[in-house]
Design a protein around this ligand. Structure first.
Ligand code: UD1
Length: 337
């Protein structure tokens, strides 16, 4: 089966491409290389022994996208990662976020009409829940008003996909609401490539351990949690990659007729910022200088997934521990010197 992966050279995209190739899918990648490097393709090849077809296309470019789909009528599934993902930047450049994350999704869905009953997997985020009232968070927890344009794009995108399907589109889709993806492929041949100062916790921790950053700022220790720091559900990127393949396979099953569904993708376990720092130090046998600073605006106190639905419907459960992910993140960071 031929599967299109948009943003397939990005962090989660590249790991998902590996998972697809390992299951013998034929993969075509579209990526504009705006937040990654072409070298990732080489990493994918070295891991899998296969080189997926690659097209440098920006999905905002309607005519290029249209030409691409005209030439690829036999695509059977689309996994859509291509999007911007920095919360702070989205506040400064909202229109860029709406153009890339929303308008381009519309173009992609329109192009999907050229295909025969395509299956569509969408990268969503637990950010849609905001600070949920109940923990762990189930899929029926209410979607709350987004506190950034980035978060809003994920909510709008989910609605666009649903509306499109409700209109009778010949498409079946699943949105995966990721919790916090971390780590890298255990070979350290692919991983996360933050440009500039990392905004996310684990890349910052790894760069601090590597002495590229002086000290990690822990954003607040006065939250109502055991150690006062925020709690998140950190999931190994390879576990996350594998659930995309499983979700796709569910949509392909002959007797699966649900047109649209959403699943939380996390481990179900919450860990604090200080748990991450301490575990990183312990498993990698090093020190991460850190200091407590003020809270970061917009951060929620705690978010971790109820994984009952993804386990029962998709039969998927995270296999790797946070310690595994933090070892892999460090192995990857050491190769970036
Ligand atoms: C954020 C977004 C999420 C998005 C994800 C990917 C929010 C509420 N969530 O997740 O929607 O999908 O980024 O980009 O904005 N921390 C520090 N020091 C640092 C960095 C982070 O203490 O230098 C803390 C944060 O306060 C937070 C935790 O580490 O408690 C995780 O932060 P981060 O990795 O940025 O992920 P989220 O904010 O959970």
């Amino acid at each position: 089966m031929k599967i299109l992966v948009t943003g397939g050279l990005g962090f989660i995209g590249s790991h998902t491409v590996v998972a697809l190739l390992e299951k013998d899918y034929e993969v075509i990648i579209i990526d504009n290389l705006s937040n990654t490097s072409i070298d990732v393709l080489e990493g994918i090849t070295r891991i899998t022994g296969k080189t997926p077809e690659f097209h440098q296309i920006d999905i905002r470019n309607k005519s290029a996208l249209s030409r691409f789909f005209d030439e690829q009528p036999d695509i059977e599934g689309i996994i859509h990662f291509a999007a911007f993902k920095a919360v702070g930047e989205s506040v400064e450049k909202p229109l860029d976020y709406y153009e890339n994350n929303v308008a381009a999704l519309v173009y992609l869905l329109k192009e999907s009409c050229k295909l025969n009953q395509p299956k569509f997997i969408f990268s969503s985020s637990c950010t849609v829940y905001g600070q949920a009232e109940k923990l762990p968070i189930t899929e029926d927890a209410p979607v709350q008003k987004a506190n950034s344009p980035y978060g809003n794009t994920k909510q709008i995108d989910e609605e666009i996909i649903q509306d499109f399907i409700n209109s009778g589109a010949n498409l079946q889709a699943i949105s995966l609401r990721y919790f916090n993806p971390i780590g890298a492929h255990p070979t350290a041949l692919i991983g996360e490539l933050p440009i500039g100062v990392p905004q996310n916790l684990v890349p910052f921790v790894a760069q601090t351990a590597a002495r590229k950053r002086e000290v990690l700022s822990v954003f607040g220790d006065d939250y109502p949690t055991e150690d006062g720091t925020c709690i998140r559900d950190y999931i190994h990127v390879m576990d996350l990659a594998e659930v995309h393949v499983i979700a796709l396979e569910k949509l392909i099953e002959k007797d699966y007729s649900k047109p649209y569904d959403v699943f939380n993708v996390g481990t179900g376990k919450g860990n604090s910022v200080l748990d991450v720092v301490k575990t990183f130090e312990k498993v990698n046998n090093l020190k991460v200088p850190h200091k407590i600073v003020d809270r970061r605006p917009g951060d929620v106190t705690a978010a971790y997934a109820d994984t009952t639905k993804v386990e029962s419907v998709l039969g998927w459960k995270a296999q790797r521990t946070m310690a595994d992910a933090l070892k892999d993140a460090w192995r990857w960071e050491q190769k970036q010197q």
